[in-house]
Design a protein around this ligand. Sequence first.
Ligand SMILES: *Cc1c(COP(=O)(O)O)cnc(C)c1O
Length: 232
Amino acid sequence: MVVVSDNLLNINQEIKQACERVGRQQEEINIVAVTKYVSNERAEEAVASGVKHLGESRAEGLLEKREAITGAATWHFIGQLQSRKVKDVIHECDYLHSLDRISLAKEIQKRYKGDGTVKCFVQVNVSGEESKSGLTPEGVMSFIEQLQAYDAIEVVGLMTMAPYESVPEDTRPHFKKLKELQQEIVKREFAHAPCHELSMGMSNDYTVAIEEGATFIRVGSRLVGDERSNLA
Ligand SMILES: *Cc1c(COP(=O)(O)O)cnc(C)c1O
């Protein structure tokens, strides 16, 4: 496998170019290295290479990596979260990217023992693909309004997964739509939902997502690889 630092160099170069195309600052983009398909050693290599954010999509994976990684990192839970796993996950991650239903908000409210808030992205299924979770675009605003009742939750942004497209450009309308929804929420100036962040873009489409306003990109195979298939 290619060393992580070489992949990171290439990705940073592409981020820089994408930012230049649309007049953004490279510092606005946070790279979350998605380590769900790689070993603890590979995740540690990513941190040693300068990656500051790590993302896991299963509770077991998050707990295992947190235990093993010695370097400093900000932790992201990016996968679908079952209510019964809430108590294991919310104190072990800095950001939850997959808040997608009120029953989950209820469970977070009940289980959270910290003295701040759980920083959440509300997940939106912009494309309407059946295989993907998330709110419908039409349902997002009323969902955000309902979250006011849960003071353990802070909505820091919106998250989406675009469908895989062999031509990455084809993902653009989904990212544009998420940005529009985010701006509508920002306008409302909710105390519980500042919603300044956009978690969108993966290995295949992060440059398009950046052009459309992503502040967190979630990159797995292109950055750390996939040890199940020797990608990257
Ligand atoms: C696996 C995963 C990613 C990373 O996917 P790659 O295509 O390997 O970059 C990003 N976001 C979520 C929610 C994922 O589950």
